[in-house]
Design a protein around this ligand. Structure first.
Ligand code: RIB
Ligand code: CA
Length: 314
C-alpha cells in the first residue's frame, strides 16, 4: 500500500516453478498489491515451460487478463541449468492446470520492465523470484532504471548459510551470477530475501492436508503444486522462498535487514554465485539484506491472504 493509501503497483518476474506459482497466487490475492504484469525467465525450468506454467497458474487464479512477457531464455554468460529435480520436469510438481488460448505479449520482458518503470513514474516496485537475467538486461537498456522504480525485492542469495544449488550459492544467483552481480553493483534499491530467512518460512504437511481437494483459485494452486512433494516424496515441509518475497512487499516489517553492500562471486570456481555482505560499515548502499524474519507472522499472512487453513504447527 502506498503512503497515500493507493495500491502498490508491482511487476513480478518469475521462473515458474512450484513456489513461484504460490507467490503469484499470493500477490494476486494481496489487497495492497496491484499486479501490473508478469515477466518470465529461464530458471527452474526452460523459458518456454516457465512461460506456459505462468499462463496456466494465472488462468487458475482468475488473472486471465494479466499480461505476460517472455524474457531471456538463458543466463547472460553461462549455460542454463534447471531445478527440475525439485520442481518436476513440468516445473509445477505435476499439477494439471487449464490452458487457455491466451498467448504472451509481443514486447520482451526487459522492454516491459523499462516501459512499466516509465509509466509508473517512480512508484513501481519490482519483485524478482528467479534468476536476475531480465533485470540485468533492463539495466543495460535503461541505465537510469534505478531512479525510475521505487525498489526491488529479490528472492535470492545465501549470505550467512550454505547454498541450495551448490555448497555456497543459492539457485537464483547460481544460475546467473553475472546478472546478480550487475544488480548488486547498480544503484537499485534492493531488498535481498535469501535462504537465511526463507528457510524459516514453511508450508507444513499438516497445513497442506487441511486444504480441500475441491479448492479453487489460490488454494487450488497451493494444493496441486505441493502434491508431488508431500505425497510422492513424503516431504515434511516446503520452504516458501518466493512467497516470502511477496510477503515482504506487503509488509516490510516482516524482516530485519542490514544495510551492507552485497558482492556476488562471478569466478569460474566452485564458489560461483556465492553472495556475501561486505562487512564494511563505512559504505552504505540503498540495499538491505534480510537477516531475520517473523516467520509466524508471515505464516498468518500467507494463510489469511490466500484463504487457506493452517495447522497449529509452528
Ligand atoms: O532458491 C530458491 C529459488 O530458486 C526459488 O525462487 C525457486 O523457485 C528457485 O527459483
Ligand atoms: Ca523462483
Amino acid at each position: 500500500m502506498m503512503a497515500d493509501g493507493t495500491l502498490t503497483p508491482v511487476l513480478m518476474d518469475v521462473d515458474t516453478g512450484v513456489d513461484d506459482a504460490m507467490a503469484l497466487a499470493l500477490a494476486w490475492a494481496a489487497p495492497q498489491i496491484e499486479l501490473v504484469g508478469v515477466t518470465t525467465v529461464a530458471g527452474n525450468v526452460t523459458l518456454d515451460q516457465a512461460t506456459t506454467n505462468t499462463l496456466r497458474v494465472l488462468n487458475t487464479i482468475g488473472a486471465t487478463d494479466l499480461p505476460v512477457y517472455r524474457g531471456m531464455s538463458r543466463p547472460l554468460v553461462r549455460d542454463h541449468f534447471d531445478a527440475a529435480h525439485f520442481h518436476g520436469n513440468d516445473g509445477l510438481g505435476g499439477a494439471l492446470f487449464p490452458d487457455r488460448e491466451r498467448s504472451v505479449e509481443a514486447m520482451t520482458a526487459p522492454e516491459f520492465i523499462v516501459q512499466s518503470a516509465r509509466n509508473y513514474q517512480g512508484s513501481l516496485t519490482l519483485c524478482f523470484v528467479g534468476p536476475l537475467t531480465n533485470l540485468a538486461v533492463a539495466l543495460s537498456l535503461e541505465p537510469d532504471l534505478p531512479d525510475m522504480v521505487d525498489h526491488v525485492v529479490v528472492m535470492g542469495g545465501a549470505f550467512q548459510m550454505p547454498g541450495n544449488a551448490t555448497a555456497t550459492a543459492e539457485f537464483n544467483i547460481a544460475v546467473d551470477p553475472e546478472a546478480a552481480e550487475q544488480v548488486a553493483r547498480s544503484a537499485l534499491a534492493v531488498v535481498w530475501i535469501g535462504l537465511d530467512v526463507t528457510h524459516s518460512t514453511n508450508l507444513y504437511r499438516e497445513d497442506w492436508d487441511l486444504i480441500d481437494d475441491s479448492a479453487t483459485g489460490g488454494p487450488k494452486v497451493v494444493r496441486e503444486v505441493c502434491r508431488q512433494a508431500f505425497e510422492a516424496r513424503f516431504a515434511d515441509l516446503m520452504h516458501l522462498h518466493d512467497p516470502l518475497a511477496v510477503g515482504v512487499l506487503q509488509d516490510p516489517s516482516l524482516i530485519v535487514g542490514v544495510d551492507l553492500p552485497v558482492t556476488v562471486d562471478t569466478s569460474v570456481r566452485q564458489t560461483a554465485g556465492t553472495t556475501r555482505m561486505m562487512l564494511d560499515e563505512s559504505t552504505h548502499t540503498n540495499q538491505l539484506v534480510a537477516v531475520e524474519v517473523d516467520a509466524a507472522r508471515f505464516r498468518e499472512l500467507f494463510g489469511s491472504v490466500l484463504g487457506i487453513p493452517l495447522s497449529d504447527r509452528e
